[in-house]
Design a binder for this molecule. Sequence first.
Ligand code: MTE
Ligand code: MO
Length: 223
Amino acid sequence: MHEKAERIKRMKLPGEVSKPGFEHRLPPGQVWTDRFPILHEGAVPAYDLATWSLRMFGELKEEKTLTHRDLMALPQTRITCDIHCVTRWSKADTVWEGVLVRDVLGLLDVNPEAGYVMVHADHDYETNVPLKDLLGDQAMLAHSYDGKPLTPKHGWPFRLLVPHLYFWKSAKWVRGFEFMKEDRTGFWENNGFHNEADPFKEERFSGEPLPLPEDEWVHKDFD
Ligand SMILES: Nc1nc2c(c(=O)[nH]1)N[C@H]1C(S)=C(S)[C@@H](COP(=O)(O)O)O[C@H]1N2
Ligand SMILES: [Mo]
């Protein structure tokens, strides 16, 4: 077991709740919370929807820049899912609305060799996800949480949501998808986090020690 994983397991998390009957939905090493922690690097960006865009590039027949209006014109999907953060909190039955990534891909002509996506987000955040993990019934570009537009801190106007992977793969303030033949690691994947990030396999860390100070793991903000 990675030394950092041992240390975060000893921390008492704020807002920890017990949820009898939900044990089979709780990945190993996680605890349930009813709060919604806010975690990111850097400042919360501000946007004008008239100029906000999502750049789709890389292994495509033709690069495309999608506007807010392009995405809102796609079928709107509502999902309920559990989310799991590598800092050990999980939150059950979160409700999101947005557009499924596979519906967005319907606007594109993706080359058959593309197996991976580098998700680009503000400010200079990147995370890599296999294309197949984006094709399911729950991977979406979400614009609403719990029946209300996303707050700026949670990623307004659009965040990626890939609930079956640890939450660092769910990039807030998403600005581009880069379709790739070969996998490449993103921000946290370069900083000691596991490349695949399946919470039920406890894929938290790679073998490398994390150069992060202990207080990076203490939640600074909640909803
Ligand atoms: N653009 C961007 N997206 C990001 C991050 C970030 O630093 N920048 N942090 C990730 C991490 S580590 C987590 S745990 C979740 C937190 O999402 P939340 O603040 O809505 O709980 O956002 C992910 N998406
Ligand atoms: Mo995180």
